[in-house]
Design a protein around this ligand. Sequence first.
Ligand SMILES: Cc1cc2nc3c(=O)[nH]c(=O)nc-3n(C[C@H](O)[C@H](O)[C@H](O)COP(=O)(O)OP(=O)(O)OC[C@H]3O[C@@H](n4cnc5c(N)ncnc54)[C@H](O)[C@@H]3O)c2cc1C
Length: 263
Amino acid sequence: SGPAGMQAALSLKRQGLDVSLYERDNKPGGLLNVAANPPYKHRIRSLRDFLVRQLNKNGIHIALNRNFELKDLQHGHPDYLIIATGCKPITPKIPGYNPHHCLDLLPVLEGKINIHGKEVIIIGGGDNGCEVADYLLTKNNRVTIVESSLTLAPSMEKKNRRALLNRLKNKGASLRVGCTATRIGANEVEIITNKNDFQKLTADYIVQAIGFQPNNELYFEIKGHHPHVTLIGDAFGTKGIASALLQGEVVGYMISDMEKLKG
Ligand SMILES: Cc1cc2nc3c(=O)[nH]c(=O)nc-3n(C[C@H](O)[C@H](O)[C@H](O)COP(=O)(O)OP(=O)(O)OC[C@H]3O[C@@H](n4cnc5c(N)ncnc54)[C@H](O)[C@@H]3O)c2cc1C
């Protein structure tokens, strides 16, 4: 029940159809719960709260702590199935990578791993990497971002990007653009600069922020067992909240039209 699943449920209900919503976590909202945590992103929490209120108002129950699996198909016998299972972090193919030495950004932003007053290297300076840096700087950490390209947070909206990069610079973040991580060890990262210089950086924590990929295994597992399965949101392609909401809304209309055609 991220934004894609929640919006799909609302759209289907508006078309007069019955909906069941499953969430494996203990709270609704999916990645909205994490995306809202870096500085200046609190409005994403308001969006999550709005969607949850709309679900409640429309009498749509979210079954929390329910990991939907292939075997669940036998119980509910749904006419249509929408898979909105979100995305998962890409595993870095950097020599020496080991999840014990190098954390994913989600547990860091969720506060499951509390990093305070430490030296942190972030591998990947895309939107997410820069936002984790922004978040960690509010907790008195010293942060280094290692990014292969020369541009940080390239897909972020212009004004937000300028404000974010100014905050990172003003708080003393070390922005190592044009630098590629070539090896990760316990508390150290080897990099090569675009001038072919090898350097070794050390830190208390290493966080990887190289990106996300669709979490679509359930879709491919279920597809052959049900005639009407649709994949939406980040599980289809990691394109952000607006795209997830749009796909959720549209799938409700599509299913309603198919029902009307049945007569
Ligand atoms: C740090 C960060 C910042 C971001 N900031 C922005 C931003 O500013 N703007 C923007 O547009 N986008 C942003 N995004 C991306 C945005 O959060 C996602 O694109 C959006 O949440 C995708 O929605 P979704 O519903 O497809 O997936 P998700 O929000 O990931 O929701 C999927 C849900 O499915 C559940 N699930 C998975 N498998 C199962 C199963 N088998 N059974 C039951 N439940 C299951 C998961 O627990 C999850 O709750 C950000 C992402 C991150 C990580």
